[in-house]
Write a protein that binds this ligand. Structure first.
Ligand code: IPD
Ligand code: CA
Ligand code: CA
Length: 279
């Protein structure tokens, strides 16, 4: 069933704000538990509490919708084959920042209807910045429209990226970092992919690249797109995969810088040193 998207967006914004209050309160209480999933991936009780809150609110309001959320339901199958509406939730993006007292963390909520991301909401509860977009309706920071920066020169551009928790295959990332750093003004590793992408949307960064999970970027990608960014990949998207859901080798930048960044990131991959020859 098609929904009133304005109404759905208002709901998404409200639950992101309430989840933000939970997250801030947990940190103030200073009773954060630090667990590691898959060996090295930090997860706190605040991640779990925010996920539980958001998932319960969605189920109460939209009982027939599916929820794909990082902590409670990370695997619901192939999004391209799901007919129902789906909510994609990262309860805290930037958990390491959050747990170390940095303020670059966000709640990310995307709404997918008929296999299209229709709404994206990324909320930083520490700065009270609410990034949002409704497909075709532009991107906003709180109540003000946002646009990407128009920097045309890569050597004046600030490019953000990030690194996975799993460190067994860092060399290709280091090659890419080296080549991008050579060509741009500077690099940022801010620690929240959703906010990195929203910061491109708001013109605070000129470009961003990384491989992620769907909950890290689903909402922010729509926000960046609506703000005028080119959203794609620096490697080929496998045949039959919808690019909006493909998490590998994401590249988001202004349309002028995008082709050059894509070219240099691609060339770095070609120069990759096989791990076995590194000794
Ligand atoms: C992480 C952040 C980080 C990115 C990692 C993500 P989490 O998400 O977005 O910036 O580099 O790849 O896993 O674990 O804080 O939700
Ligand atoms: Ca995340
Ligand atoms: Ca997370």
């Amino acid at each position: 069933m098609e929904m009133d998207l304005q109404e759905v967006q208002t709901f998404a914004i409200a639950i992101a704000e309430q989840a933000g209050e939970i997250v801030c309160k947990k940190r103030l209480e200073a009773k954060l538990s630090h667990e590691f999933k898959y060996g090295n991936e930090l997860v706190t009780n605040a991640d779990l509490a925010a996920d539980k809150f958001i998932s319960e609110e969605i189920s109460k309001r939209y009982g027939s919708h599916l929820i794909l959320s990082e902590e409670l339901s990370p695997d619901i199958g192939n999004l391209q084959e799901i007919q129902e509406s789906v909510w994609i939730v990262d309860p805290i993006d930037g958990t390491v920042n959050f747990a170390h007292g940095h303020n670059q963390s966000a709640i990310s909520i995307a709404y997918v209807e008929q296999q299209q991301v229709k709404i994206g909401v990324v909320y930083n509860p520490f700065t009270k910045e609410m990034f949002s977009a409704l497909k075709g309706g532009g991107a906003f920071l709180n109540d003000s429209p946002i646009r990407i920066a128009n920097e045309p020169a890569l050597d004046r551009a600030i490019i953000a990226t990030g690194f996975p928790y799993e460190k067994s295959n860092l060399e290709p990332m280091i090659q890419r970092l080296r080549v991008v750093l050579h060509h741009c003004a500077d690099i940022r590793r801010l620690g929240s992919a959703a906010l990195d992408i929203c910061w491109v949307a708001a013109g605070r960064l000129d470009g961003y690249y990384e491989s992620l999970c769907i909950w890290d970027f689903a909402a922010a990608r729509l926000i960046a797109k609506e703000a005028g960014a080119e959203c794609g990949h620096f490697s080929d998207v496998p045949e039959g995969i919808d690019p909006q859901f493909h998490p590998d080798d994401l590249l988001i930048a202004n349309p002028v810088l995008y082709p050059e960044l894509k070219r240099i990131l691609g060339s770095a991959a070609e120069k990759e040193t096989p791990l076995k020859s590194l000794g």
